[in-house]
Design a protein around this ligand. Structure first.
Ligand code: OGA
Ligand code: MN
Length: 203
């Protein structure tokens, strides 16, 4: 079974799916060797909460650093990931009858000790984020380091370890989640599949 099919099936059945080795280790290492991830403090900024004019940094809620990726200037290893996401969008539109039109993805680094409290990915006044898609970039991640993605559902919360190459995709309007603090730098590509063109295109 290919990844797109597995992701579509998981979303249809449960609203969330985890696939391992979506990126191979060589692909992960190429991305990690980019200046963006080698010196995150020089390329990323602390993420805000809220949207547009309401955006503010609040480290009691989230402490990660991000950089929005620009598909026009993305270096090859990032461009390769973006084209995988573009084919996933085509597949989901055809097979789940979604009308996804665009995506927006940022590079993410959680410095040790930072976290992201429980939340939903849709903004209060903007519900164009339909699916959240996160790919982790942490080779040899140890579970005792923390940093799990905690998913809240009907039963017990489910914890997902951010190991390299693993992709998590879930319904942005339904799945509440949080990022637990870690003792090591936690890196990922974090994005959303949208039902309209991304505001980033206006930048
Ligand atoms: C987010 C988020 C989860 C993760 O950026 O909105 O919830 O595992 N990320 O990084
Ligand atoms: Mn989130």
């Amino acid at each position: 079974m290919n990844w797109d099919e597995k992701i579509a099936d998981g979303l249809a059945e449960e609203g969330i799916v985890v696939v391992d080795e979506f990126l191979s280790m060589p692909e992960v290492r190429e991305i990690l060797s980019l200046p963006l991830f080698r010196e995150p403090e020089n390329h990323m900024r602390f993420a805000g909460i809220g949207h547009g004019m309401e955006r503010q940094v609040n480290e009691a809620i989230r402490g990660d650093m991000i950089k929005w990726l620009d598909r026009r200037t993305a270096p090859p290893p990032v461009a390769a990931y973006l084209s995988r996401i573009e084919s996933l969008i085509q597949y989901l539109n055809r097979n789940l009858f979604l009308s996804l039109k665009d995506y927006e993805i940022h590079a993410t680094a959680y410095p040790p000790g930072t976290f992201y409290k429980r939340h939903l990915d849709q903004f209060k006044r903007d519900d164009h984020r339909k699916l959240s898609v996160i790919c982790y970039l942490n080779p040899d991640w140890q579970s005792q380091w923390g940093g799990q993605l905690r998913i809240f559902g009907a039963g017990e919360p489910r914890d997902i370890i951010p190991i390299a190459g693993r992709l998590v995709c879930f319904r942005s309007d339904q799945i509440e989640h949080e990022v637990l603090p870690a003792t090591a730098l936690r890196r990922s590509l974090t994005g959303w599949l949208l039902d309209q063109l991304s505001d980033l295109r206006k930048l």
